[in-house]
Design a protein around this ligand. Structure first.
Ligand code: NAG
Length: 215
């Protein structure tokens, strides 16, 4: 009887210690804890168009040409992690920006911000549940396994832009010569590639808890 009591008391003590650790983790870093708990939804991008002359894709949050298209959600994710989606992978080889045109009038940021260049190539893996990865490094490794060394998970912030770039302005050599003017873009970007357009695909975002895996 007395032994049983001691065991129960020890278990209760253990549980309260775990509780304490957990509460402290939340207080210290609410965002990290959300990631540890594995958020339910992850961020996805979609292909918006392919431009044959340059062999480039325009990918991002939303395909505005599709009236039934959905928006991505950079705060909470937009697609259940248990769903199977291809992973968007990238290989950066520092290719200069091809002379594609920049359209639109911009929003909070100038139009070039939403039409950046990712300095390389994209490809999509076979569909896979986002919840099958525990860390970003796992997804990077999955890309390398699918496409070879140097391939990694694509991120929301991969592309760069130069204010005033359009067509041949800041393309090719004049892109490469002006590294100092480059800034990080977001939401959509151009890349070499011709990925599938029948499904959205997983991408990573560094500063929000909208990933199925931890940073
Ligand atoms: C870029 O050039 C094209 C073609 O001249 C033009 O239609 C477009 O409005 C320009 N984009 C910006 C952001 O000025």
């Amino acid at each position: 009887m007395r032994t049983v009591y001691i065991i129960v008391a020890a278990l209760l003590l253990k549980i309260s210690q775990l509780d304490g650790t957990f509460a402290r983790a939340i207080a210290d870093n609410p965002q990290a804890t959300m990631t540890e708990l594995n958020v339910e939804k992850g961020l996805t991008f979609v292909k918006r168009e392919h431009q044959v002359p340059f062999g480039i894709d325009f990918v991002g949050c939303r395909d505005w040409t599709d009236p039934n298209g959905m928006n991505c959600n950079t705060d909470e994710g937009d697609t259940l992690c248990t769903e199977q989606r291809p992973v968007l992978c990238v290989k950066v080889d520092n290719s200069p920006r091809p002379a594609y045109f920049v359209y639109g009038s911009g929003a909070a940021m100038p139009p070039e911000f939403y039409a950046g260049w990712n300095h390389g190539h994209i490809a999509t893996t076979l569909p896979v549940a986002g919840s099958s990865f525990s860390t970003k490094a796992d997804v990077d490794a999955y890309c390398a396994q699918a496409f070879g060394a140097g391939w990694r998970l694509a991120t929301f912030h991969d592309a760069m832009y130069i204010s005033g770039m359009n067509g041949t302005i800041y393309a090719g050599d004049s892109w490469t010569a002006n590294t100092a003017l480059m800034q990080t873009g977001g939401w959509h970007y151009y890349s070499y590639g011709d990925v599938r357009n029948d499904m959205r695909f997983w991408v990573h975002i560094r500063d929000r808890p909208a990933n199925c895996w931890s940073n």
